[in-house]
Design a protein. Structure first.
Lengths: 214, 534
């Protein structure tokens, strides 16, 4: 009885200390709230974190590639520069870094890169049956501007990832055409996922961009 | 077991103190961690924990009840947030969300801007929260501030300051404008909405607990004071060159400078409007005329003037940057276009009037020569004249006004004057049946040895060019995040969807223009081609 109580006490203390000083197995993309993996079977991490949404950049995404549904090469091991300071809360993943929209005319190869929102198929414990998304943004004058078309989401069966090229996000928004984003706007993608068991999950991706929609 | 329990209590107390004093699970970055934590009150009440301290105080942002409140302009103290605004029970709302220790203000904020056309931006804003957290009084509130700019660099100092207390209304607050006071690197004119503002709030409760909250928001500074300066345009050159240049590439009708004194970028929306026939190129042509006489040499030349008018429009602008780089923009009449005004940049704008599409192309008649012929009146020395000169009804020396020339070999329409024929005017004794022409004098030479000829050069010259009239232009300064629709909205138009004014007018109104090469002649007739002379 006494040993059991002592063991439980030390366990509680170690968790508290870890929470205090940030020890534990820190994951590269995990926010402060989630840096400690739960020792119990109950995974209380934010849903957005569990989904493991990433932003990766790759060579210019062409229409041909989109038609052929060629996925970007994903390395889930290391965070990319685009993910600096990412925060996961209950149902929102926020990327604070202002992202550059791909500029096909730029001399800088990095600026020509397409950006992708990527997440693994089975990251929520079961496969996804279906995924849809809508986009809107809050402009500098606190007006919400809504996308009018659905966003194209692609699933690659070989690498088992779902992905959205960032260009597709703004292609859904007719009012975004020729709009010069400045980083002042708050972009919001509402992702609606249907899991294999029929349940629904909604996650929001919040980010900021600058540049012109090409 | 009793020993274990005592051990638990001691360790728990230690852990809680470490957590709350040293910032447990702090979401601050490393730079923040290096800042010394404000010293705790000297007499810290021990173990005066309330029920709430164990639960919700672990997620203080959610119960802080933070609100953005504008100052009270209705007769109250404008240095204080409006006391009539009530606090929400929880921080989260549509415009503010809170989770754990993080508060995120989604609404884009505007620093007080008395020059803003939008009255919404005339007030100071405050971050305000009640002076109690879960019924535990806040005894001290300190904060520090830092900015992540759009290049993802940290800017601004990290000075620790005290928040303001309003005991009368039971609340604490931070005037947002205060964040940018006394800062050399990042004043309120430098505050861009593309930057992310972070406030690290450190609250000390009555029970000695210290809570850390991070507040994140976006705010934009006021419009800079109007910075547009008129610069004189180029004077006209000599008439032929001036008319040619105006007709081919146009002429600068206004040159002005726009200065951006801030370290953030803006957008300029511009348009020029030239009403039909309100701005013209007047071209004056000069040509000589002579008076021919039957019996004496022609007299003259006398200068004559005609004018041609071509319609102009301001449809081109050259934007010259400080480094000399030039952007040329062709735009349609009264159509909006935009250019970026970069941080701390001075732009030179050169508005250029060009010939309208409706302006007809004319050409200067070619120079040519004609021969004037006259015959001296024979002196009658003898009463018998063997070969008398053929007389005409008019024997006196008639002055025949003739306007020359006949524009020939050109594409222009022949003027209304009837063609001049020397033979009609100079009655020369000629063989019967012979035709009098310009060369009739030579034909008649054998019979009229006193006939004389002279070649008269008839040349047309451009003597004066003048671009005159009026046009208008409008320059609006807007935040770079303002849409074209809002930036170019016509607020004189009544509309249900009329947005609030989001622009600052830098320049507007009619601009009289008068650029001329040399004074125009007092009298001039209309040239047969009205247009421009490329």
């Amino acid at each position: 009885m006494g040993n059991q109580l002592q063991a439980r006490t030390w366990f509680t203390l170690s968790v508290a200390l870890c929470q205090s000083f940030g020890c534990g197995n820190a994951r590269p993309l995990v926010s402060s709230q989630s840096q400690v993996d739960q020792p119990t079977g109950l995974d209380e991490r934010p849903l957005s974190l569990k989904l493991k949404i990433r932003i990766i950049g790759e060579a210019r995404y062409s229409a041909e590639r989109a038609r052929e549904k060629v996925p970007p090469k994903v390395s889930l091991k290391h965070p990319t520069a685009f993910e600096k300071g990412v925060k996961y809360s209950k149902e929102v993943v926020s990327f604070p870094k202002v992202l550059d929209l791909p500029d096909p005319a730029s001399a800088d190869p990095d600026r020509r890169k397409e950006l992708f929102f990527v997440w693994p198929d089975a990251s929520l414990g079961q496969k996804l049956a279906h995924a849809t998304a809508t986009h809107r943004f809050l402009n500098g004058h606190n007006q919400w501007i809504k996308g009018t078309k659905p966003i194209l989401i692609t699933y690659d069966a070989v690498s088992q990832i779902w992905f959205i090229p960032i260009s597709e996000v703004f292609r859904s928004c007719t009012s975004c055409e020729s709009f010069q984003f400045t980083g002042a706007e708050t972009q919001l993608i509402s992702l609606h996922l249907k899991l294999a068991d029929g349940s629904d999950v909604s996650i929001k991706i919040k980010f900021r961009v600058k540049g012109k929609v090409s | 077991v009793r020993r274990v329990n005592i051990h638990i209590i001691i360790m728990s107390s230690l852990v809680f103190n470490l957590m709350f004093l040293d910032g447990c699970g702090s979401s601050r970055n490393d730079e923040l961690a290096s800042v010394p934590v404000k010293s705790a009150p000297s007499e810290k009440p021990k173990s005066k924990k309330t029920k709430s301290s164990k639960g919700d105080l672990g997620r203080p942002a959610e119960i802080l009840g933070l609100k953005v409140i504008a100052e009270d302009l209705g007769g109250g103290n404008s240095n204080l947030p409006d006391p009539k605004v009530k606090f929400p029970k929880k921080t989260s709302s549509e415009s503010i969300t809170a989770e754990g220790k993080d508060v995120h203000i989604h609404e884009k904020l505007f620093l007080r801007d008395p020059n803003s056309p939008s009255s919404e931006h005339h007030k100071n804003l405050f971050l305000v929260w009640p002076d109690q957290l879960q019924k535990v009084k806040i005894t001290a509130a300190d904060y520090s501030h830092r900015v992540l700019n759009e290049k993802n660099e940290w800017v601004g100092n990290f000075e620790r300051r005290q928040a303001w207390q309003d005991p009368e209304n039971h609340r604490w607050f931070i005037p947002i404008s205060e964040l940018y006071k006394n800062s050399k690197d990042y004043g309120e004119m430098d505050v861009s909405l593309a930057d992310t503002q972070f406030i690290y709030l450190d609250l000390t409760l009555e029970n000695g607990q210290s809570l850390k909250i991070q507040i994140q928001f976006q705010v934009v500074g006021p419009f800079p004071a109007a910075q547009i300066n008129y610069v004189d345009f180029d004077p006209a050159t000599a008439a032929p060159q001036f008319v040619k240049t105006v007709s081919q590439t146009g002429w600068i009708v206004r040159r002005e400078k726009v200065v951006n004194p801030t370290s953030r970028s803006f957008q300029l929306w511009l348009r020029a409007n030239t009403a039909p026939h309100s701005l013209n190129l007047d071209t004056y042509l000069k040509y000589p005329s002579y008076v021919l006489h039957r019996h004496s040499p022609p007299t003259g030349p006398k200068s004559n003037y005609e004018y041609s008018r071509g319609e102009m429009e301001v449809t081109h602008i050259d934007v010259i940057h400080e480094d000399g780089a030039k952007d040329s923009v062709d735009f349609k009449n009264n159509e909006w276009f935009s250019i970026v005004l970069n941080p701390n940049e001075t732009l030179k704008l050169e508005w250029r009037a060009q010939p309208s599409n409706r302006a007809r192309s004319c050409s200067v008649p070619q120079s040519h020569g004609i021969q004037a012929t006259w015959q001296r009146k024979p002196v009658q020395t003898t009463p018998v004249q063997t070969t008398p000169v053929q007389t005409t009804p008019e024997t006196r020396p008639t002055r025949v006004p003739v306007v020359l020339p006949l524009p020939g070999g050109t594409s222009i329409v022949v003027q209304s004057q009837s063609p001049f024929r020397l033979a009609d005017l100079i009655p020369i004794v000629a063989p019967s049946g012979s035709n009098s022409t310009y060369n009739s004098a030579s034909n008649s030479a054998p019979r009229t040895p006193k006939v004389k000829t002279r070649t008269l050069q008839i040349g047309w010259n451009l003597t004066s060019g003048r671009v005159s009239g009026a046009w208008s232009r409008e320059i609006r300064l807007v935040h770079p995040f303002t849409s074209k629709e809002d930036a170019t909205w016509d607020h004189t138009r009544e509309s249900v969807d009329r947005p609030s004014i989001q622009y600052f007018i830098l320049g507007q109104g009619s601009l009289p223009t008068d650029i001329h090469s040399s004074p125009a002649p007092a009298r001039a007739k209309a040239f047969n081609c009205q247009g421009i002379f490329p």
